[in-house]
Design a protein around this ligand. Structure first.
Ligand code: PLP
Length: 395
């Protein structure tokens, strides 16, 4: 048996464990008395047009259309609607030949990584704080995974640390903005600086260094913050996108890989993505969902609810005295734990029925992540418990 897979399957993630704890506490003391901020499951309903689209597709009465295989890269009309949307928003000229439909961002990342990685010598960088699964995906694709230490001031890009980690074996760097877990959106200036830095390194090492741009939260931003379209700043970019968060359908598994023509060796890279999809046995993305995306490519869920929650949780916690990074996007808040050991803090928070995830899981020490994709009522009601927790540390 494959020991790595056995290990992966046997070790429950901390988030899963917290989820089980939360379920148990809710059964004991009632749903409303547990403040569970552990899971990133969208709380905002899907856009109502999405269900209408599904009904419309089913009512066509063509089961092969609704439920049959599509071609491996995906339905042409769906891909056309996606590139129309991207071209309109980002002033690009993508065609359907740039898009490969996948089962969500996780699949997109695995496919892009598998397409790029040749051997364990190849290094994939991620900048802390980072989405935990990157390590699993990169190592699963056969690469060596390396973490760039965080910028503890802003949780933006730490260029000094990046310069230390990058070397001739660097194949790609994963960029996730808006960021899970920090809620930070990398500024356009910092991404231009990153592009300039990578262009120099490509010249120095004489091979492409790709940005794998993981952007399932692209549409979840507040206060008119701009999410720069990275392929417009750096040619050698592959975009991994998902509708899980923007349309609130994470269980439906739909997204895409975008390989722009400008990326180095783009034609072969696209073919390698098809190959990776084959090797992983993905066959094609769910056809019902592909057709739904064709009808909903320009839509999102109501992002105002996340903005309302962001304001409630950020203002509430900072008024109590907690130190938090103000999230500009996604639906996570990164809060400084009240002691160095974030696990100990998590345990103390549990006593007040507050459930948060220690930042060690994201490559940073001393913080916790709060997923505020919960009801506003949960946030409001939780503040009393947060205050009691704060007072325990400040007696
Ligand atoms: N990337 C990031 C940063 C995420 O937060 C998630 C899910 O939470 C994923 C990728 C995976 O998304 P999907 O459900 O579309 O596979």
């Amino acid at each position: 048996m494959n020991k790595d897979m056995l290990n992966l399957g046997s070790n429950r993630s901390i988030i899963r464990e917290l989820f089980e704890f939360s379920k148990q506490r809710k059964a004991e003391i009632g749903e409303d008395n547990v403040y569970d901020f552990s899971l990133g499951n969208p709380s905002v309903k899907p856009n109502p047009k999405l269900n209408e689209a599904l009904i419309e597709i089913i009512n066509k009465g063509d089961d092969t259309y609704s439920h049959g295989y599509t071609s491996a890269p995906g339905d042409n009309n769906t891909r056309q609607k996606i590139v129309d949307n991207l071209n309109k928003r980002f002033n690009t000229s993508y065609t359907i030949g740039n898009i490969y439909m996948t089962c969500g961002a996780a699949a997109s990342l695995c496919i892009a990584l598998r397409a790029l990685v040749e051997s364990k010598k190849d290094e994939i960088l991620a900048m802390a704080p980072y989405f935990t699964e990157y390590k699993v995906f990169a190592e699963g694709a056969g690469a060596t995974f390396k973490v760039v230490k965080p910028n503890m001031e802003s949780f933006g890009i730490n260029f000094d640390e990046l310069a230390k980690e990058i070397n001739e074996n660097t194949k790609a760097i994963i960029v996730n903005s808006p960021n899970n877990p920090s809620g930070v959106v990398y500024s356009k200036e910092s991404l231009i600086k990153l592009a300039d830095f990578l262009i120099k390194k490509e010249k120095e090492y004489n091979h492409p260094i790709y940005i794998i741009c993981d952007e399932p939260y692209r549409e979840i931003v507040f206060d008119n913050v701009e999410v720069a379209h990275i392929p417009n700043l750096y040619n050698d970019t592959v975009v991994c996108y998902s509708y899980s968060k923007s349309l609130s359908l994470p269980g439906e598994r739909i997204g895409y890989v975008l390989v722009p023509d400008k990326a180095a060796d783009s034609k072969n890279l696209f073919l390698a993505c098809l190959g990776a999809g084959r090797a992983y046995g993905y066959v094609c993305a769910p056809s019902l969902m592909q057709h739904a995306i064709e009808l909903c490519a320009d839509l999102t869920s109501d992002m105002n609810e996340y903005k309302k929650n962001r304001d409630l949780i950020y203002n509430g916690l900072t008024e109590i005295g907690y130190k938090c990074v103000k999230p500009e996007g996604a639906f996570y808040l990164f809060m400084k734990a009240l002691e160095d050991d974030a696990y100990e803090f998590m345990e103390k928070a549990k006593k007040y029925n507050i459930i948060v995830v220690p930042s060690d899981n994201f490559g940073v020490k001393g913080y916790v992540r709060l997923a505020y994709c919960v009801s506003s009522k949960t946030i409001i009601n939780s503040m009393k418990a947060f205050k009691q927790l704060f007072e325990e540390y400040n007696k």
